[in-house]
Design a protein around this ligand. Sequence first.
Ligand code: NAD
Ligand code: ZN
Length: 346
Amino acid sequence: MRTMKALVKAKPEQGLWLQEVPVPTVGLNDVLIRVLKTSICGTDVHIWDWDAWAQKTIPLGLTIGHEFVGVVEEVGSNVHDYARGDLVSGEGHVVCGRCRNCLAGRRHLCAKTVGVGVNRDGAYAEYLLLPVTNVWPCDPSIPLEVLSAFDPLGNATHTALSFDVLGEDVLITGAGPIGLMATAIARHCGARHIVVTDMNPYRLELAKRLGATLALDVRTQTVDAELQRSLGMKEGFDVGMEMSGNPAAFRMMLQNMCHGGKIAMLGLLPPAEIDWSLVIFNGLTLKGIYGREMYETWYKMTMMIQCGLDVTPVITHRFHYTEFEQAFAVMRSGQSGKVILDWSER
Ligand code: NAD
Ligand code: ZN
């Protein structure tokens, strides 16, 4: 039996374990991918931490990870569109293909999604097995590190393109990797002012580099009518992107939207009270965002990069996969943007 190195959730406690596991067997419609680079997601940190969500979701023995780029190693006998050596990334949501939404081409709304690196073995390994329907052909002129982060860039793209931002004033709460990438996209797509909030000075600095008009530390500054006036705004923000998962940030956003404003919500908010009169009397539109549109989001982000979108400043740290403990420590410190793991042999 061929084996490979993989980062496995082997024990019900904090951490990950670098183990030797079998190389997956290629089925009829599968593509086996030799992983080149992966990037670390907040979800992976939850799995590392073994928090309440991870405990009820992640089966022990699972290879985790879902943000990756690699090359095709082997294809199943029914796969005709890919060949050994093709550069690929992939969608981490494996959908059922049979439900009403899937059949109508709204695959991102499938209610029976299975998550790569969450419900089935993932990408933190030398090889990853994906159904061909989930493989995305990459433009080789895009840097590998950026391609390895196409999954979160897709979250940012799906959110930022949900509403028209051309000439609009945009409020982004949360300058994590996804909020930072959304900042760059809103700038690329012609927003007027982009105000980004966080409480992490390292990330607020990055937000400025990615195109924020203002990057505000909510511990010392507030977004209010006076701040809006200082920017020459009269009626509030046209578009909001909630990317912090923090109820205080969302409440603040609701208070600062214009009448008829539109909010795309990506951050995983806990149950929390909001002032519904702001939503109702101000005629706000709230849209929940989960994952990426298959595959319109993948297309759009590729084309935006080809047309000059630059998200490389979001990538701040690089490690070899054998240094995964250091990589996760940096990620957990909050003093980082995206952290990349290199899976080449040493
Ligand atoms: P992250 O946790 O790295 O970033 C969140 C940022 O919000 C942090 O920098 C934090 O300091 C900041 N923050 C906390 N409280 C704040 C406040 N009151 N005001 C402003 N900022 C505040 O996460 P990320 O990887 O960038 O992802 C963003 C969010 O999207 C997270 O909540 C994540 O769980 C969620 N997410 C959702 C999906 C989806 O499909 N819906 C996919 C990926 C991630
Ligand atoms: Zn479905």
